[in-house]
Design a binder for this molecule. Structure first.
Ligand SMILES: Nc1ncnc2c1ncn2[C@@H]1O[C@H](COP(=O)(O)OP(=O)(O)OP(=O)(O)O)[C@@H](O)[C@H]1O
Ligand SMILES: [Mn+2]
Length: 270
C-alpha cells in the first residue's frame, strides 16, 4: 500500500462540482452517470455533447492557466460560484483521466483570462486566430531568428485614432482576415518590420506598421519589458481593444486587456 489512501479520499470528499478537461466520450458518460454533483466539461470542442460546457479557446498547456480559464468561465456562466469546491479531472499523458486536482473556486486570483476571450469586443475566434499566428511566430521566429510582434485586436477605429502610420500600409484596400492561411503567412512576413498590426472586431486586418501613441501614465508592465509592451498595455486601457505581444527578447507571448497583463505563455510549450 502506498499510504496515500487517506489523501486520495480527502481529495474527492465533499465536492460541489466536477470539471472534466477534454474527456473522452466513454469517461464523460461514466462520470455523468455516476456523479451526484454537476459535471462540467471544459474543452476546445464539445465533442461529448455535454450539457454544461465551457469552450477553451486553446488547449492551454500550462495546467494552471487551463484550470483558471475553466474557473473563470464557470463563474461567468454561473455553473459555480466562488465558494464552490471543485474536482478537476484531466488527462496529461497517454489516454484516459490520470490526474485530479481539488480546488475551491474562490482560491483563484481572477485574471480576466476568460473575459479576454469571451467578453472582448473582438470575436473569440479572432482572438484565437491571432494567438495562433503569434504562437507560430514565437516558435519558429522569422527565418530562424527571434522576432517580436504586436497585435491590437478590436475597437480598430479608436486604435487607428490613437496611432500613426510608420510606413505604407500593405493592407490598405484589401479585405483580408486573420485565420486565412495566406494572410497568416503575410502577417508573419510583415512582422519583421516595426510597429503594430491593427485588427478589427471581426478579424479584418486594418493596418500594419502602426506606431501606437496611447497615454501611458499609470500603466504598469512587468520590469524588464520595454516600449512595445508599454504601448500594448496602454492602448488597451485607452481603448476597448486587447493586445497580444510576442517579445523578441524573451520569446514569450503576453496578452493585455484594460491596461493589465492577463496572461503569459511560452510558445515552445505549444
Ligand atoms: N508605441 C509603439 N507602437 C508600436 N510599436 C512599437 C511601439 N514602441 C515600440 N514598438 C516596437 O517594439 C520594438 C521593440 O521595442 P522595445 O525593445 O523597446 O520593446 P520591448 O517591450 O522591450 O519588446 P521586446 O521584448 O520585443 O524587445 C520596436 O522596434 C518597435 O517596432
Ligand atoms: Mn526590448
Amino acid at each position: 500500500m502506498s499510504g496515500l489512501g487517506g489523501v486520495v479520499t480527502d481529495l474527492v470528499a465533499d465536492i460541489d462540482a466536477v470539471f472534466l478537461f477534454s474527456p473522452s466520450t466513454a469517461d464523460y458518460e461514466t462520470i455523468v452517470d455516476e456523479s451526484d454533483v454537476p459535471v462540467i466539461v471544459v474543452a476546445v470542442e464539445n465533442t461529448v455533447g455535454a450539457e454544461l460546457f465551457i469552450e477553451l479557446p486553446i488547449e492551454f498547456n500550462d495546467i494552471k492557466e487551463r484550470i483558471r480559464f475553466g474557473m473563470e468561465g464557470g463563474i461567468d456562466q454561473e455553473y459555480i460560484d466562488t465558494g464552490t469546491i471543485i474536482l478537476c479531472a484531466m488527462n496529461l499523458f497517454d489516454d484516459g483521466i490520470d490526474s485530479v486536482i481539488r480546488i475551491r473556486a474562490g482560491e483563484f486570483t481572477h485574471t480576466g483570462i476568460y473575459d479576454l476571450f469571451v467578453n472582448s469586443r473582438a470575436e473569440p475566434s479572432v482572438i484565437r486566430n491571432v494567438l495562433e499566428v503569434v504562437i507560430g511566430l514565437g516558435k519558429k521566429g522569422q527565418k530562424g531568428k527571434p522576432v517580436g510582434a504586436l497585435f491590437v485586436v478590436g475597437d480598430a477605429g479608436k486604435v487607428m485614432n490613437k496611432s500613426r502610420s510608420l510606413s505604407y500600409n500593405p493592407f490598405e484596400k484589401s479585405h483580408v482576415h486573420v485565420g486565412d492561411p495566406i494572410v497568416d503567412v503575410m502577417l508573419k512576413e510583415f512582422s519583421r518590420l516595426d510597429g503594430a498590426f491593427v485588427i478589427s472586431d471581426s478579424g479584418k486586418i486594418v493596418s500594419a506598421y502602426r506606431y501606437l501613441e496611447p497615454a501611458a501614465e499609470g500603466v504598469d508592465i512587468p520590469k524588464g519589458l520595454g516600449t512595445r509592451h508599454m504601448a500594448a498595455g496602454a492602448i488597451t486601457r485607452d481603448t476597448n481593444a486587447i493586445a497580444i505581444v510576442l517579445s523578441e527578447s524573451d520569446g514569450l507571448v503576453r496578452a493585455f486587456s484594460g491596461g493589465e497583463l492577463i496572461f503569459e505563455l511560452d510558445p515552445e510549450a505549444y
